[in-house]
Design a protein. Structure first.
Length: 106
């Protein structure tokens, strides 16, 4: 179980990836729409999306010619359960997590 959690926490360590997750809380997005607010190449965003996909935090699917990204919150639940085992963390409240991410991005 440690290796999947390592991948999840490594994915969450990057501010760009956290921002992408925050964006995907609203709705599924096309890769080009995900890339729009960032001052980096589409290739760089694709690498970030690959890390998030490998961690199970998002899924990607092709719809016609457009690749779409979707948040997969179950991976965050797994991390939350792991943190609860220490008795120091509350259950992950996805609404509070969204508010935290929004505050961090402002």
């Amino acid at each position: 179980m440690t290796q999947p959690l390592d991948i999840i926490f490594a994915a969450l360590a990057d501010p760009t990836r956290r921002a992408i997750l925050s964006m995907l809380l609203e709705d599924d997005m096309a890769v080009t729409d995900v890339a729009e607010p960032f001052a980096m190449s589409l290739a760089a965003i694709s690498k970030h999306l690959g890390v998030l996909t490998a961690a199970g935090l998002i899924s990607q699917e092709k719809r016609g010619r457009v690749k779409w990204c979707k948040l997969e919150p179950d991976a965050l639940r797994e991390a939350s359960v792991w943190m609860q085992a220490f008795g120091q963390m509350e259950a992950l409240d996805l609404d509070a997590f969204e508010a935290f991410l929004a505050k961090e991005l402002d």
